[in-house]
Structures are given as structure tokens and as C-alpha cells.
Design a binder for this molecule. Structure first.
Ligand code: MGP
Length: 245
């Protein structure tokens, strides 16, 4: 992965958009519901976890991230040793993947410099900063640039994309084809040659997920719950055999 290594991000500085809030009154009203969940999101919150305001609603709560990491390990053949997290955000998932010690290489991609700085800082708090290769880039262009050096037989993609903001629950069934800014098809298109795990709204349209199944193969869809309520689902999608690129 020589090309991949060339745009590796060193420890990026926290910016004015990165916050460690210590009082509810400092938190914007639209993320105050998540402030109440801060220790479920990061059990080490008080150690100085930093997030940008928009990361609060996209970050995967720690117990869910740990369970996803465990399930992804169990479902993935040992021959796959590289994990690419397309939307690393503030680091919730990638920290859990690193703590699972299942992967020889973990690549965390995040295009917002403030958000990746938070993820690196948070990974450092959990003692896994060094285990992760950090890429400050757009994941679609990164995957395209590195298409010849990424080995699909060894690589698994994890994607926890933006769902279009916290108002995603407005519709009873979430339309993955109009998910913004990236539709399910756009995401699946770049990772379909590799096994992938997509972290999606709990109300996602299962018929749209079923369409991603290669041939007669099964897709496993797991609902991840906390305190009896689903937080999200993960669709575990096997690779499609691509004849040529
Ligand atoms: P939620 O539905 O906004 O919150 O997010 P909650 O606590 O279930 O509130 P309730 O009032 O609906 O009961 C649930 C989970 O979805 C969060 O913990 C995040 O893991 C995840 N999540 C939410 N959003 C808006 C996003 C997003 O845009 N992208 C990703 N990847 N995950 C999200």
C-alpha cells in the first residue's frame, strides 16, 4: 500500500471546532439529547474526549461499536486482515476495531481536518492512535487513487456514512437511495468488490439493502440495541466478484 502511505496524516491539531464540553449549558440545543448519552458514546468521556458539534449525532456509541467490531471479526475469514473505515468521524468505530486487535492494518479515512483531529485525539485516549493509519481525504477519491494497491481479497470496508442529519427519523422507512450526501448506491459502488459492513438507520428500507446482495448470496442485517431500543443496523454484504476494473 505504498500510495496509501504517502497521504497518511500525522497527528493533526485540534481546531476551534473541536470541543470537550463539561457543562450541558455549553452544548448547542440540537445536540443536548446526545450530551445525556456522553458516557455511552465514550466511556472515557471525562478523560478529555473531543468532538465537533456535528460529530455528536453520527458517532457510534461505544457498546454498539464494540459489538459491531466483535461481529465483524466473527463474520470475516482470517485471510482478510485490512480494514478500511470510509467515514471515521470522531473515531467511535475505529477505536473499537483497533481495540479488538483483529486487524493487522486499520485505515481510518475522514475528510474534515477538525473531525479527524478529534478522532486521533480520542484514539490516543484509548491508547490505539498508533495502531491506525490516518487518512485526511475524501474516501471516494482515496479508494479510487489506491484502487491498484488495495487487495480486495484481504480487505474489508466499514462505512458509517452521514444519514442527512439527526432528522433522519422523520420518515417511517428511511430511503437509502436519497440518503445525503451519499446514496447507498454511491457507497456500494466503490466497495462492492470487497466484503463490506454498512452502518445504517434502524428504519432503513430492507428491500433496498436486499438489492445489494451478490447473486444468490445472503446479506446479514443486524439491529444493534441499547437499553432495549435499536440504535442502528449493520448490513454485512459479501463482495461481488468483479471481472475487470
Ligand atoms: P438517534 O436516532 O439520533 O438517537 O441516533 P437515539 O438516541 O436513538 O434517539 P431517539 O430519540 O430516536 O430515541 C441513534 C444512533 O444512530 C446514534 O447513536 C448514532 O450511532 C447513529 N446515527 C445517528 N445519525 C444522525 C447518524 C448519521 O448521520 N450517521 C451515522 N453513521 N450514524 C448516525
Amino acid at each position: 500500500m505504498s500510495d496509501a502511505e504517502s497521504n497518511t496524516a500525522a497527528y493533526l491539531p485540534l481546531t476551534e471546532k473541536c470541543h470537550h464540553y463539561t457543562r450541558r449549558s455549553d452544548v448547542d440545543w440540537d445536540i443536548q439529547k446526545y450530551w445525556a448519552q456522553r458516557y455511552s458514546i465514550f466511556s472515557l468521556y471525562d478523560e478529555g474526549i473531543h468532538m465537533t458539534d456535528d460529530s455528536w449525532f453520527g458517532v457510534t456509541p461505544e457498546p454498539v461499536a464494540n459489538k459491531v467490531a466483535e461481529d465483524l471479526s466473527a463474520l470475516t475469514p482470517k485471510s482478510k486482515t485490512v480494514l478500511i473505515d470510509m467515514f471515521a468521524g470522531a473515531g467511535g468505530n475505529v477505536i473499537a476495531f483497533a481495540l479488538s486487535k483483529r486487524w493487522s492494518t486499520i485505515i481510518a479515512i475522514e475528510k474534515d481536518p477538525s473531525v479527524i483531529a478529534c478522532a486521533q485525539h480520542n484514539a490516543n485516549i484509548y491508547g490505539v492512535f498508533e495502531q491506525i493509519t490516518w487518512i485526511n481525504d475524501d474516501s471516494f477519491s482515496y479508494l479510487e487513487k489506491n484502487s491498484t494497491s488495495i487487495d480486495p481479497s484481504k480487505t474489508v470496508i466499514f462505512a458509517s456514512p452521514p444519514w442527512g442529519g439527526p432528522g433522519y427519523t422523520t420518515d417511517k422507512i428511511f430511503n437509502l437511495n436519497t440518503m445525503a450526501p451519499y446514496s447507498i448506491k454511491q457507497i456500494h459502488n466503490v466497495c462492492r468488490g470487497m466484503d463490506s459492513a454498512l452502518y445504517l438507520p434502524r428504519t432503513s428500507d430492507l428491500r433496498q439493502i436486499a438489492k445489494l446482495a451478490p447473486g444468490e448470496e445472503k446479506i446479514e442485517v443486524v439491529q444493534y440495541c441499547m437499553e432495549g431500543a435499536s440504535k442502528a443496523l449493520v448490513a454485512y454484504i459479501p463482495a461481488i466478484a468483479l471481472t475487470s476494473s
